[in-house]
Ligand binder design. Structure first.
Ligand code: MRU
Length: 353
């Protein structure tokens, strides 16, 4: 199972990331060694997926501390300088709350240690980043075990975007549920929506499922209604980038449409996400910021020539919000939450912060 795509190398003091921009064609590695390369990796989607963004951000905090140490020698006042770097990191991408969650978690460790020196803080943060990487995979396996009980032998499961091992430290959230069901001995076949414009489904979900020997068929995003109508989909399981207190769930653009179609065809639609993806500061999905990315992703799908007339306007919202009423269950590492979500989320997730 893929869990080596985020690798901290001690000797070189760097984080190596399997560069997801080039998969499945090339397995290139990207070197993260400071704040600038961390932010670049996040914004350009060298690494992506809410939990993987969170883990990378934790290592990013360590690099912020190292960089501030180099700048100030740990002697000059350094707190303001470090805070400014952490702010840049926290704002690298707006929708996946795991980014802010990770930075705030590490900031709270700093606040708990008044008087700590910068070298010691850097060490504390590096240890924590490594622990978060390990814990994320454990969390996903727990989530997978709960979610696998919702899948039956022979199920044809549709997923959107990539919520697999590559989107996390390992195993995955939505795709982790599929891996767990397969591990239980169930025969599961997967429909991976291609997920325009970055093609996480066609490139990444298909790549990792295929590598793991899970039967996967890639479908154009706009085939969803037909496939459901033809009876080729039994269940839908997707990940999330942020879940509001009422259960509204932000995920990759197109997910909302899949949920509406699932409802119309009587197909259960599940969301799988760890508790770090819940944002109880957002009462509803209305408060979730939606990232808008460069038009180039839409106009230049192969990176070379434009498929649209030059200068034409483009919508490139990277996420949408699926209303809670379309979600049959939210699979977490603590169990499967069911409606009414305001109550189940407050009860199960509410205590986390
Ligand atoms: O823009 P991305 O690729 O970071 O978006 C990722 C998604 O929307 C995933 O479905 C979501 O983060 C869940 S990942 C476990």
């Amino acid at each position: 199972m893929l869990n080596t795509h985020i690798r901290f190398e001690h000797d070189a003091d760097r984080l190596m990331l399997l560069d997801q921009r080039y998969l499945p064609c090339r397995e290139d590695w990207y070197e993260v060694r400071d704040l600038a390369t961390t932010v670049y990796a996040l914004q350009e989607m060298v690494i992506r997926g809410a939990p993987a963004i969170g883990v990378t951000a934790a290592y990013g905090c360590y690099f912020c501390a190292r960089e501030t140490l180099r700048e100030t020698d740990g002697l000059l006042p350094w707190a303001e300088s470090l805070r400014a770097r952490l702010d840049t990191l926290r704002n690298a991408r707006p929708t996946a709350v795991n980014l802010r969650w990770a930075v705030e978690l590490l900031e709270s460790m700093w606040a708990e240690r008044p008087g700590i020196g910068l070298p010691a803080l850097a060490t504390v943060w590096l240890d924590k980043a490594k622990a978060m990487q390990r814990e994320d995979e454990e969390t996903n396996k727990a989530m997978g075990a709960h979610g696998a009980n919702l899948l039956a032998d022979g199920d044809r499961v549709m997923t959107h975007c990539n919520a697999g091992a590559l989107a996390t430290a390992g195993w995955g959230t939505a795709v982790g549920v599929i891996y767990s069901a397969v591990e239980q001995g169930k025969k599961i076949t997967v429909v991976a929506n291609e997920t325009r414009p970055f093609l996480q489904g066609a490139r990444l979900t298909a790549y990792e499922l295929d590598k793991c020997g899970v039967d996967v068929t890639v479908a154009c995003d706009n085939a969803c209604a037909l496939l459901m109508k033809k009876g080729l989909v039994d269940k839908v399981v997707v990940g999330a980038d942020r879940i509001a207190a009422n259960g509204d769930a932000a995920n990759k653009i197109g997910t909302y449409g899949v949920a509406l179609l699932a409802k119309a065809h009587g197909i259960p639609f599940y969301v799988a996400a760890p508790s770090s993806t819940f944002d109880l500061r957002c009462a509803t999905g209305e408060q979730i910021p939606i990232e808008e990315r460069t038009p180039r992703e839409v106009t230049h799908p192969t990176g070379e020539s434009s498929i649209t007339p030059v200068g034409v306007k483009v919508y490139n919202f990277a996420f949408d919000v699926t209303p809670a009423e379309l979600i049959a269950g939210i699979i977490t590492e603590k169990g499967v939450l069911t409606p009414p979500y305001t109550e189940s989320i407050a009860k199960v997730i509410g205590q986390k912060r």
